[in-house]
Design a protein around this ligand. Structure first.
Ligand code: FMN
Ligand code: MN
Length: 489
C-alpha cells in the first residue's frame, strides 16, 4: 500500500495503546481499577455511579463489562470511564508527580515526535470495517450522561480535521451527540481550531472530512489535548507522552489523504457539509450546568472501524474525569506565560473546585515587590476560562485550598492587592458571561496574596523541628483504638 512519502515507516516493537495502559495499571496500581460486572445501563446509570464514587472521593478507572446497546441488546463492548479523574494516577502515567505536572507537561510538548504510517492490514483499528449502510453507531453501549441530555454522546473522542494547504492535522476533544445510527452533531466553540477549519471550508463551500477517534493510551490523550499553536501537526504531540511515534494508518474513506490513529479502539469517519446544521443539546457541560440547545454542524458518518473486541472509552463530562484532563494544558500554559516574567514560579494549580478552568493558584518565590502582580498580569489572559487567579508565597501549598484561602484572608488588603479586567472575552459556557453578538464577556480578577518582602511581615507560628517529628508518632501517646474513635470534624 502506498503511504504518505514524508512520514517514516519505522517499526515499533510494543505500540502503546489503551490495553498496554490497562495492563500496566493492573500490575502497578491494581487498586486503581474497578471492574463492574453487574448489569448496568448506559442510560444515566454508568455516569451516576461514577458521580457517587466521586462524592465519596474515590476516582478509580471503571470498566463496565456487562453492558447493553441502544437496541436494548446485550453488548459485546465494555465501557471504560474515569481514566483521567485522578491527578495522582495521571502523574504516574506521565512519569511525574501531582505537583510537577504543569512543568513536565510543558516539557513534553516541547518534544513532539513525528508519527509513523502502517498499512491498513496491520492496523488493529481496522480489524472490523463498516461502511455505508453497515454503519450503526447505536450498536455501541454509548452512555447517556445526564437526565436532560437528548441521547448518547461521545465524550472521549478526538475530532480531527486537516488544515487546508498542508498545514497538518488538528484535533480536540469535542462532544458528539449521536442523533441516529449514522449522523452526529458536534460542538466547536468559536476560536477553537476545528471551528476555524470549518469556517474556512464553509467560506470556500467545500465539505470537511472529519475523523473521531477514541480509546487510546492516556499519554495519547494528554498530547492530543494540548493547546498547540495553529498549524502544528497535532498527531506529533502524543509521541512526546508515549515515548514513541503515534502509529497512523490510511482512513477507509480518504486513504492516505487522511490518516487515522492505528492503535485507537474505534475510529469514526465522516463529512460535514458547508452550512448544514442541526439541533444539539441541552447538554450537561463541564461547568456542571446544562448548556442551552443550539444549532451545530452535522457529521454524516461514512465509515466506522474498530478492534474486534473494542472498548468504548467514555469521559464523565461535568466531573473530575473531564476537569482534570482539560486542566493540564491550561496549567502548562500558565506556567509558560508566568515564568517568562517571574523567575521563581514554584507551582501552578487549577483546582477541581473551579472545574480546573475558572480558578488558578500560583505560588512564587517572591524576591521583590510587585512580582505578585506581575504574575497575575501574565496569568489572567492565558485562557478565556481563567477568571480568578490567586498568587501566594512558596510557603503555601497550592494543592491545599484551605491554605490558599488562609493566605488570601491574611495576606491581602483589597482592593489594592487585586487587579481587575472588566468586559474581556470569556467562556461562553460560563453562566455569568454576558453574550454579545459574537463573543461572551466576563470580568477577571487577580489577587496578590504574597507577603511584602521589603517591610517584613508577621511570622507564621512554629515549633522546634524535633518536637514536630516526635509527636508525629501519635501511637506513643494514644492507643490506636482511642485514636480511631476520636470524632472527625
Ligand atoms: C472531555 C472534554 C470535552 C470537551 N468538549 C468540548 C466541546 O464539545 N466543544 C469544545 O469547543 N471544546 C471542548 N473541549 C475543549 C477542547 O477539547 C480543547 O479546548 C482543545 O484544546 C481544543 O483543540 P484546539 O486547541 O485544537 O482548538 C473539551 C475538553 C475536554 C477535556
Ligand atoms: Mn489545535
Amino acid at each position: 500500500m502506498k503511504v504518505e512519502q514524508d512520514l517514516p515507516r519505522q517499526r515499533i516493537e510494543t505500540p502503546q495503546n489503551l490495553r498496554t495502559f490497562l495492563e500496566a495499571l493492573k500490575k502497578e496500581r491494581p487498586d486503581d481499577l474497578l471492574v463492574i460486572d453487574k448489569p448496568i445501563s448506559p442510560i444515566h446509570e454508568m455516569n451516576a455511579l461514577l458521580v457517587e464514587l466521586e462524592n465519596r472521593q474515590r476516582y478509580p478507572v471503571v470498566l463496565y463489562t456487562n453492558t447493553v446497546n441502544h437496541y436494548g441488546q446485550k453488548s459485546a463492548f465494555p465501557v471504560l470511564a474515569n481514566v483521567f479523574a485522578s491527578r495522582a494516577r495521571n502523574s504516574w502515567v506521565m512519569g511525574s508527580t501531582s505537583e510537577r505536572i504543569p512543568f513536565d507537561y510543558y516539557k513534553r510538548l516541547q518534544h513532539p515526535v513525528d508519527p509513523v504510517v502502517i498499512p491498513s492490514e496491520a492496523a488493529p483499528v481496522h480489524e472490523v470495517i463498516e461502511q455505508g449502510d453497515q454503519v450503526d453507531l447505536l450498536k455501541f453501549p454509548i452512555p447517556v450522561h445526564h437526565e436532560w441530555d437528548p441521547g448518547p454522546y461521545i465524550t472521549a473522542g478526538f475530532v480531527t480535521m486537516k488544515w487546508s494547504d498542508n498545514r497538518g492535522y488538528n484535533d480536540g476533544l469535542h462532544r458528539c451527540f449521536i442523533r441516529d445510527k449514522n449522523t452526529m452533531l458536534s460542538f466547536f466553540s468559536p476560536a477553537k481550531h476545528d471551528w476555524y477549519i470549518l469556517e474556512e471550508n464553509s467560506r470556500a463551500n467545500r465539505p470537511t472530512p472529519v475523523v473521531v477517534w477514541l480509546g487510546h493510551h492516556p499519554g495519547a490523550y494528554f498530547g492530543a489535548q494540548a493547546k498547540a499553536p495553529i498549524g502544528v501537526n497535532e498527531y506529533a504531540l502524543p509521541g512526546g507522552f508515549l515515548g514513541q511515534p503515534m502509529r497512523l494508518t490510511p482512513s477507509v474513506t480518504w486513504g492516505e489523504e487522511f490518516l487515522v490513529p492505528a492503535d485507537a479502539e474505534i475510529v469514526i469517519e465522516g463529512v460535514i457539509y458547508p452550512g448544514e446544521q442541526g439541533v444539539e443539546a441541552p447538554f450537561g457541560e463541564y461547568t456542571r450546568y446544562y448548556g442551552e440547545q443550539r444549532y451545530n454542524p452535522v457529521i454524516h458518518v461514512t465509515a466506522v472501524t474498530h478492534r474486534r473486541d473494542a472498548i468504548w472509552q467514555d469521559i464523565n463530562v461535568s466531573h473530575a474525569d473531564n476537569h482534570v484532563l482539560g486542566g493540564f494544558a491550561l496549567e502548562a500554559k500558565v506556567f509558560e506565560a508566568v515564568h517568562q516574567y517571574v523567575h521563581g514560579v514554584k507551582a501552578v494549580h487549577l483546582p477541581l473546585s473551579g472545574c480546573c478552568r475558572f480558578l488558578c493558584y500560583i505560588s512564587i518565590h517572591k524576591q521583590t515587590e510587585g512580582e505578585g502582580k506581575l504574575a497575575l498580569a501574565a496569568a489572567l489572559p492565558v485562557d478565556s476560562r481563567i477568571k480568578y487567579v490567586i498568587v501566594v508565597d512558596d510557603d503555601v501549598d497550592v494543592f491545599n485550598e484551605a491554605e490558599v484561602l488562609w493566605a488570601f484572608a491574611t495576606r491581602t488588603k483589597l482592593p489594592e492587592d487585586s487587579i481587575t479586567i472588566t468586559d474581556i472575552i470569556g467562556e461562553g459556557l460560563d453562566p455569568m458571561a454576558i453574550d454579545t453578538e459574537k463573543s461572551s464577556l466576563i470580568n477577571k480578577v487577580g489577587y496578590d496574596a504574597t507577603k511584602p518582602v521589603e517591610t517584613g511581615f508577621a511570622e507564621k507560628v512554629g515549633w522546634p523541628q524535633e518536637i514536630v517529628e516526635k509527636v508525629k508518632q501519635l501511637e506513643n501517646y494514644v492507643d490506636r483504638a482511642t485514636l480511631g474513635r476520636l470524632p472527625q470534624d
